[in-house]
Design a protein around this ligand. Structure first.
Ligand SMILES: [Zn+2]
Length: 258
């Protein structure tokens, strides 16, 4: 089969030469793919709109010896609400970066594909920070790194007490006793409310979570829990997350909201 069809989200596009682009896609049928789109940068190209990042596109792809190439493409959904606010586009970029860095080329993950499409829809409607955190938790679970949430990751007893901790190296949350004992670098203290919020984010659909009210303390703890967990398992720091933190810091200084 020289040609194959797939629906895919464009995660990134990189210019190649004067008129071509290398696309990083997350496809329904084949997982992550890298393909070349010949001529897509030309003003007159019919591919131009459909190969933009954060676009859901139906592709007809030609299998090449070294690199597959786009024969035809048709835009299915472009999530225009994301581009109306800085926080929405930042958290959409965060979701896309996590997918690119946590998946392997050629390995389909249809549940993760559906979750990413739904996350992009909900990021344009609800609280983008909460939708993005919930998506990151679903991604962690779907890629096999779900933390232990029901028992202490160290002593395996019930997670009693209010002052808990999270340790990615132990594999999840620690009870109040183990949190007091354990003193390693990769650990973040957190309240029971953060654990309960994580459980809720994993149990609920993304479409419900955009309206969830979460206070600043829990938002801060969620940030640190996810940052530590993703760094520990993916082995890298999310660049978009660092950009978001810089923007928040700058905006706080000037009394603005990201
Ligand atoms: Zn314990």
């Amino acid at each position: 089969m020289k040609l194959y069809k797939t629906d895919a989200l464009v995660l990134r596009n990189l210019n190649r030469g004067d008129t071509d682009q290398l696309l990083v896609l997350f496809s329904l049928e084949y997982g992550k793919l890298k393909v070349i789109a010949h001529g897509s940068r030309k003003i007159t190209s019919r591919k131009r709109g459909a190969v933009q990042p954060l676009t859901l596109t139906r592709f007809l792809i030609h299998r090449g010896r070294y690199l597959d190439s786009v024969r035809q493409c048709e835009e299915l959904e472009s999530f225009p609400e994301l581009f109306l606010r800085m926080d929405r586009i930042c958290y959409a970029s965060y979701a896309v970066e996590l997918v690119e860095n946590s998946t392997v080329e050629g390995e389909a993950n249809q549940i993760l594909f559906a979750a990413l499409v739904e996350a992009l829809r909900q990021l344009g409607k609800g609280d983008p920070e909460i939708v993005a955190r919930a998506f990151a938790l679903k991604l962690i679970t779907l890629t096999g790194y779900k933390p232990l949430l029901d028992l202490c990751a160290k002593c395996r007893k019930d997670l009693t007490g209010k002052a808990l901790a999270f340790s990615p190296s132990a594999g999840g949350f620690l009870c109040a006793d183990c949190a007091r004992e354990k003193s390693e670098d990769q650990m973040v203290k957190c309240h029971r409310g953060t654990l309960e919020t994580i459980k809720l984010m994993l149990a609920w659909e993304l479409s419900k979570l955009g309206q969830l009210r979460v206070d600043a303390k829990i938002r801060g703890e969620l940030y640190f829990v996810l940052k530590l967990h993703l760094e520990y398992h993916l082995g890298y720091r999310c660049a978009t997350e660092m950009l978001i933190e810089k923007l928040k810091y700058r905006n706080n200084r000037y009394g603005l909201k990201l």
